[in-house]
Design a protein around this ligand. Structure first.
Ligand code: NAD
Ligand code: TYD
Length: 351
């Protein structure tokens, strides 16, 4: 039985990392379905895009603060000044492939930043915190589904740094009775995703008739969730999650990478000859399969709504209709340097 603890106009929610993909979709959901004040704090890294926040700027309930979550001065200042009652942390260096190139840089955001947000929340009496994490902290699972009591066993620099954040949250819940819940979402897709993760990377490359670098034979499995459903799971945790508890937020859509790739090509009416299998750049740390049991989150009101095939089609159409959103990104120097550095050796002339 889920108690209704919906946010009200008395609530002031700080959403960190919301210039990115999932966070901006979460702000959209909050402003559409709740009457609270919504503040965004974001460092505007390469993945943070002010255009994602543009639709909210005319809403009097919305405000934006630039800053890093690991910076106590900025975080304390916002919490004190705005009298924040709820905090949702999406801020992260979120890309596995980049973490392979630069494994130390992401600890400041993914681990230290989380501890800083928790400490500031304690100081200023924030009533509820959600730390948004990932299924990748569990490591890989050959068969069956991850449950929240499974040990954290990350196998890549990204997931190890994220697990550091989860452990900080749990420790603060135990040591200081911090009112923090953790969500562990599965692979997410939808509008406004920076074109480095497989779906938007392959969609935008296929639209340009460029080769799609598939790691190995593409038999790896991910449990896909549409971004709006992921956001609904995070909202359920914000409103109904218990302190110190983690909640898996999975879509229940297990697909191999090759299946997903073929689906994209089908929707774009592009040939399968665009697929180029490459030697797996992630090496031994590449998790073969993730899959989540989300029963516990269903118990606090999480109910995924999207049909996978329709949602993929909707996502492909969004990129087709929003070239003005992704074109400046893929043409930026930052993006091209990354793609060249990471994929250059395998793609060569097909870059
Ligand atoms: P994203 O990379 O699109 O966005 C991350 C945002 O965080 C960007 O706006 C960036 O500017 C901001 N940021 C980075 N470092 C910061 C810092 N130090 N201080 C303040 N802001 C900072 O990521 P996303 O895909 O939207 O993921 C959001 C969260 O959800 C992450 O915590 C990620 O681990 C988690 N998650 C993502 C997925 C997925 O498939 N994308 C799945 C499960 C969980
Ligand atoms: P990704 O979207 O980066 O998410 P994650 O690493 O968090 O699961 O990758 C999803 C899967 O797609 C993963 O098994 C790696 C694979 N992949 C490719 O085969 N080629 C690519 O160019 C990318 C970005 C990913």
């Amino acid at each position: 039985m889920v108690t209704a603890n919906n946010l009200t106009d008395k609530d002031i929610v700080l959403v960190t990392g919301a210039a990115g993909f999932i966070g901006s979709n979460f702000v959209k959901l909050l402003l559409a379905e709740r009457n609270c004040r919504v503040l965004v704090m974001d460092a505007l890294t390469y993945a943070g895009n002010p255009a994602n926040l543009e639709p909210f700027r005319s809403d009097p309930r919305f405000a934006f603060y630039p800053g890093k979550i690991e910076d106590p001065t900025v975080v304390n200042g916002i919490l004190r000044w705005e009298k924040v009652t709820g905090l949702v942390n999406f801020a992260a260096e979120s890309h596995n492939d980049r973490s392979m190139l630069d494994p130390t840089s992401l600890i400041a955001t993914n681990t230290t930043g989380v501890a800083n947000l928790l400490e500031a929340s304690r100081r200023f009496g924030v009533k509820k915190i959600v730390h948004v994490s990932t299924d990748e902290v569990y490591g890989e699972k050959a068969t069956g589904l991850f449950v929240e009591t499974d040990p954290l066993a990350p196998r890549q620099p990204y997931s190890a740094a994220k697990a550091g954040g989860d452990l900080q949250a749990t420790a603060h819940a135990i040591s200081f009775s911090a009112p923090v819940s953790i969500t562990r979402g599965s692979n997410t897709f939808g509008p406004n995703q920076y074109p480095e993760k497989i779906l938007p990377f392959f969609i935008t490359r296929a639209m340009q008739d460029k080769k799609l670098p598939l790691y190995g034979d593409g038999s790896q499995v991910r449990d896909w969730i549409f971004v709006e459903d992921h956001c609904r799971g995070v909202l359920a945790a914000l409103e109904n999650g218990l302190p110190g508890e983690a909640y898996n937020i999975g879509g229940g859509n297990e697909r191999t990478n090759i299946e997903v790739t073929r689906k994209i090509l089908g929707h774009l009416n592009k040939p399968e000859s665009l697929i180029k299998p490459i030697i797996d750049p992630r090496g031994k740390g590449h998790d073969f399969r993730y899959a989540l049991d989300s029963t516990k989150a269903v118990g606090i009101g999480f109910k995924p709504r999207a049909d996978f095939d329709n949602a993929i089609k909707e996502t492909v159409n969004w990129y087709v209709n929003n070239e003005s959103w992704w074109r400046p990104i893929v043409e930026s120097n930052e993006y091209q340097v990354f793609v060249k550095r990471y994929y250059g050796p395998a793609l060569g002339d097909d870059l």
